[in-house]
Design a protein around this ligand. Sequence first.
Ligand code: PGA
Length: 260
Amino acid sequence: MRVIIVRDYDEMSKRAAKVVANRIGEKPDLVLGLATGSTPEGMYSELIRMHKEERLDFSKVRSFNLDEYCGLSPNHPQSYHYFMYDKLFNHINIRAENIYIPKGDVENANISCEWYEKKMKEEGGIDLQILGIGGDGHIGFNEPGSSLGSRTRIKTLTKETIEDNARFFKKGEDVPRYAITMGLGTISEAKECLLLANGANKAEVLQKSIEGPISAEITASLLQLHPRVMIITDEEAAQNLRQKDYYQYAEEMAEKLERK
Ligand code: PGA
């Protein structure tokens, strides 16, 4: 696990965008796992800037989103489908046929989930999965108690998640109670994971995820088992990390090695 502590949200976003751009540079037909929420918005803005000013090319990139609310149509302003087009896809040259987002408004969600898993495999699996972290420690919508081997499926959202997400809806009761999400088993199979965290409200859960026991109670803790994880966090979210000094020292040493 590589923990990179940066000053603030802006630096976190730019650093994360650079990782994505480097991976696309290494593999132009990268399979990207994408996330929604406030956390990755700045990274998406920076990727748009890099596309416009530095010709970062998404023409061969394929993308799979982590999750979608059940019951919202793709054109609902709070759907993750809408979010992704608004915050990223409408502003870069990714091809529409290379974009995959779980469908929240289908009659038979189970068939749709199975299809999603199959499609990911057909495309070669996810190369780089972007992740945020929920106040309850979730990645995707894998709420506490999710099976560590779970696949894409419907999850019931916790009260905490519903409250956290109520800020995006006009009324609290409008927040969907269910979502379709990639499972923890699905996420574990990504070749690389990049988790972003910012703000003091994430400090406690980030510490538990990185330094606490691996547990279905904090599903982000499963990342401790993953062979290639990078965490980029701002100072505020990093404030509770017990090994903070070591992570910073290790980064400096790694940079020295890279320069050699
Ligand atoms: P946020 O959500 O980025 O809006 O804080 C993170 C999450 O729930 O995964």
